[in-house]
Design a protein around this ligand. Structure first.
Ligand SMILES: NC(=O)c1ccc[n+]([C@@H]2O[C@H](COP(=O)([O-])OP(=O)(O)OC[C@H]3O[C@@H](n4cnc5c(N)ncnc54)[C@H](O)[C@@H]3O)[C@@H](O)[C@H]2O)c1
Length: 282
């Protein structure tokens, strides 16, 4: 898609970080906004910033949990009833948890896969038929460098993001088979400054049981926090690169160039059938 004026952007995780910046980028292009997030106050702050930067932007918010299909379907119904459809679908909400895989709890798995994996799956399921019927639209799934490179202490997150890459590739091929005029982009950034390292703030009470942090886990969590806070590319730039990718109908987006080099090194290590590839010490 290239002409975004008066079109509709649906953004999950629109109450913080990358989702907020995507909202600002879409508003700058004259789009209407449909924001979905568990954090209503965060979405209101996004709308305040949007209204300051781009007064007159039409918007609606819905407090929802993306891990629940019926709630994502309600979001699609809201977009249709309020704005007549939806054009750019950003399946972006995400959370992270740390700890060795054998210690991760059932709640850790349910929570992170619920948001990061099922959130994307339900977004695709709820919105794709609308886009096919309109014969226009683009689905943007936020994966991660962790969709390609598996660092320690992030097993559940790595699984979720690897799955998002897999789903995105398959979706693009299925849409091609269906001859649908619907694009797909998969966004694969490395660390950048947002609230992702404080994901616990939105963790539901009924999925609270988690790993008791060992010394190693605490060190890994501190390193993750540092990497996120010191990420060199701001979320605003990543959002802008993403919109440009949609305009160019580009499928893969790697905002951090080094990631592609590491993926090649991983493929070479696999080709040599050696010990496990460590992207932190390639
Ligand atoms: N920041 C990074 O370093 C980084 C790197 C690679 C990928 N990502 C991905 O970027 C995406 C955006 O995250 P971010 O970095 O902006 O973090 P963030 O914490 O700033 O924003 C995530 C948003 O998702 C919302 N959210 C959490 N659970 C939800 C649920 N169940 N339903 C609906 N909304 C929910 C949060 O309230 C928050 O507004 C995520 O998918 C994340 O995995 C982030």
């Amino acid at each position: 898609m290239q002409d975004f004026q008066n079109k509709v952007a649906v953004i999950t995780g629109g109450g913080s970080g990358l989702g907020r910046e995507l909202a600002l980028c879409c508003a700058a292009r004259g789009m209407k906004l449909v924001l979905g997030d568990v954090d209503e106050a965060g979405m209101q702050e996004t709308l305040r910033l949007v209204d300051t930067a781009h007064p007159g932007t039409e918007s609606v918010t819905m407090r929802l949990d993306v891990s629940r299909l019926e709630q994502v379907e309600e979001l699609a119904a809201l977009s249709k009833s309020r704005f007549g459809g939806a054009h750019l679908i950003f399946n972006n909400a995400g959370v992270s948890v740390n700890g060795p895989i054998w210690q991760s709890t059932v709640h850790d798995w349910d929570w992170v896969l619920g948001v990061n994996l099922y959130g994307v799956v339900w977004g695709i399921k709820a919105f794709t038929p609308m886009l096919i019927e309109q014969n226009e639209g683009h689905i943007i799934n936020t994966a991660s460098a962790a969709g390609w490179l598996n660092g320690p202490s992030s097993g559940i997150y790595n699984v979720s993001k690897t799955s998002v890459v897999a789903i995105s590739e398959t979706l693009a091929l299925d849409l091609r088979d269906a001859q649908a005029n619907v694009g797909v982009t998969v966004l694969c950034p490395a660390f950048f400054p947002t609230g992702i390292h404080q994901s616990d703030r939105n963790r539901p009470a009924d999925k609270a049981e988690t790993v008791e942090k060992s010394e190693v886990s605490l060190k890994r969590a501190a390193a993750l926090k540092y990497a996120v806070e010191h990420g060199r590319i701001p979320a605003a730039d990543i959002a802008e690169m993403t919109l440009k990718a949609v305009e160019n109908n580009q499928f893969y987006v790697f905002p951090h160039r080094k990631i592609k080099q590491l993926i090649k090194l991983r493929a070479e290590a696999a080709d040599r059938e050696e010990g496990v590839f460590d992207s932190m010490n390639p």
